[in-house]
Design a protein around this ligand. Structure first.
Ligand code: GLY
Ligand code: MN
Ligand code: MN
Length: 464
């Protein structure tokens, strides 16, 4: 490429405006600003917990330099980006959530000391603060400074520019290392006191989202895209009371409920149908809820909808009833499946008895529930995904674990093996469960679950 075409390309990239950069202008724009008041900063409550987590990582990989990258922003298109979200392991080990500066890096040294590197606010004497749309404070707001972040997180902080010269950096273990990725994932299997409090908050904020969902139903029914009305009602709560959604909301009315990850959400919401809403608010700390309710759009379940709903509820309750320290994670699923097999047998849907169907080589009842019953939940909706099977599916439950219980039944609209009145009905009930010292707590129990409770709750919101 010739110099002149390169110059033309650069000019095209700044088509919208050109920032003046004469020395006279720089001197002018750099002066005349009031001093910022200094604010007292004390360490955030998460700081001690994050320190203990870093210590565990150091103890597991003694004498190694460990590097945990927050990650860069992702381009949506051209020069626009998705809302930034750091890697969960980075947030877990630093305590820095939604405020994280993109590109930050945590080092844990071979001696077990921690240093957090990030790019601090550009000084007002540089052009960056007004001319750099990616990091300048005129464009994206002031970045936190090194001292403030150090105090908030109780961590040593340094300018990112110093990272590359850190001794031994090229030998550092990072998240591309399978063992490290596995370890930091397994470290989140048991939530500490701070995390459990955050999970409770995430659930509480999500319940507000579900209340907004119910309140918007008359507007949704009047719209050609009622599912989008529902989706955005929940999103409004996620942004107002949390940081974001923990995952894309599933707002699946009528037969869309039979599509497990229906997130297109462009369908109608008809009065006689159910709507399956699977949604969770993610907080600034990045902890998220993951809750599903299947609601009658009219406010009242039809007899067949109620019958299927109550079968799924029975499966959920059976799964919850077995949760206590010492049982295996997979037993939760087994308890739910026993009910799903019994119900589908009772309705005459299975070619064999429920008992026969439950045999590993048969599993006919799974035609109507192909997904698992539970997954760990925390900073990621499917938390601890890099954990080994012996630490997850085959592991014994321990106090502090948080996971979902989410059985369902989905009768596809073209399923010839079920009676016509079943077709197009999909039901899932999903709650967030904490394992306690003696049993379990349903963190999302404050959101009505039983059919009549749901009807009463909807009625009270719709007549407000
Ligand atoms: N919302 C995804 C899930 O329930 O796993
Ligand atoms: Mn889930
Ligand atoms: Mn879900």
């Amino acid at each position: 490429m010739t110099d002149s075409t390169e110059q033309q390309r650069e000019e095209r990239n700044s088509n919208r405006s050109r920032t003046p950069h004469s020395a006279e202008f720089l001197s002018y724009i750099s002066s005349g600003w009031a001093n910022r008041p200094s604010v007292e900063i004390s360490a955030w409550p998460v700081a001690d917990f994050a320190q203990a987590r870093r210590k565990s990582v150091h103890n597991a990989f003694p004498d190694r330099l460990i590097r945990i990258d927050a990650g860069e922003t992702k381009t949506r298109s051209n020069d626009t980006e998705y809302r930034y979200r750091p890697h969960s392991a980075f947030s877990h080990l630093t305590g820095w959530g939604a405020q994280t500066v993109p590109g930050s890096v945590l080092l844990i040294t071979p001696k077990g000391e921690s240093v957090l590197f990030f790019r601090p606010t550009a000084d007002r004497s540089s052009e960056e603060f007004f001319a750099n749309s990616a990091i300048g404070e005129f464009w994206v707001g002031a970045r936190p400074n090194l001292v403030a972040v150090s105090k908030s997180l109780a961590l040593e902080t340094r300018d990112l520019a110093e990272l590359e010269t850190w001794p031994g950096l090229d030998q550092a273990l990072d998240l591309d290392d399978e063992k490290l990725a596995e370890f930091v994932s397994e470290l989140r299997l048991i939530k500490d006191e701070f995390e459990i409090a955050e999970m409770r908050q995430a659930v509480d904020k999500s319940i507000i989202g579900f209340e907004r969902v119910v309140s918007c139903l008359p507007t949704a029914v009047a719209s050609k895209r009622g599912e989008r009305v529902v989706e955005t009602a929940f999103f409004s709560a996620a942004r107002e009371f949390g940081h974001d959604l923990g995952y894309e909301t599933i707002a699946a009315a009528g037969e869309h409920a039979c599509i497990l990850h229906w997130i297109i959400n462009d369908g109608e919401t008809k009065n006689d149908d159910l709507i399956l809403v699977d949604a969770g608010v993610e907080l600034e700390s990045h902890y998220t809820a993951d809750i599903t309710r299947t609601l009658p759009i009219s406010g009242t379940y039809s007899p067949i909808q109620r019958m299927i709903y109550e079968a799924v509820l029975e499966a959920a309750d059976a799964a919850f009833a077995v949760v206590r320290p010492g049982i295996r994670f997979r037993e939760v699923h087994a308890a739910a499946m026993k009910v799903i097999a019994a119900k589908t047998a009772e309705w005459g849907l299975l070619p064999v008895s429920a008992e026969e169907s439950l045999k590993p080589e048969k599993q006919f009842h799974r035609r109507w529930m192909v997904h698992g019953t539970s997954h760990h939940l925390g900073m990621d909706v499917h938390d601890c995904a890099q954990a080994r099977a012996e630490m997850y599916l085959d592991a014994e439950l321990k106090p502090g674990m948080v996971f979902t219980i989410e059985p369902g039944l989905y009768f596809q609209p073209d399923d010839e093996l079920v009676p016509a009145e079943f077709r197009g009905i999909g039901v899932r009930i999903e709650d967030d469960i904490l394992v306690t010292e003696t049993g379990a707590e349903n963190l999302s129990a404050a959101l009505p679950r039983a059919a009549t409770d749901i009807e009463n709750w909807m009625n009270s919101l719709l007549t407000k």
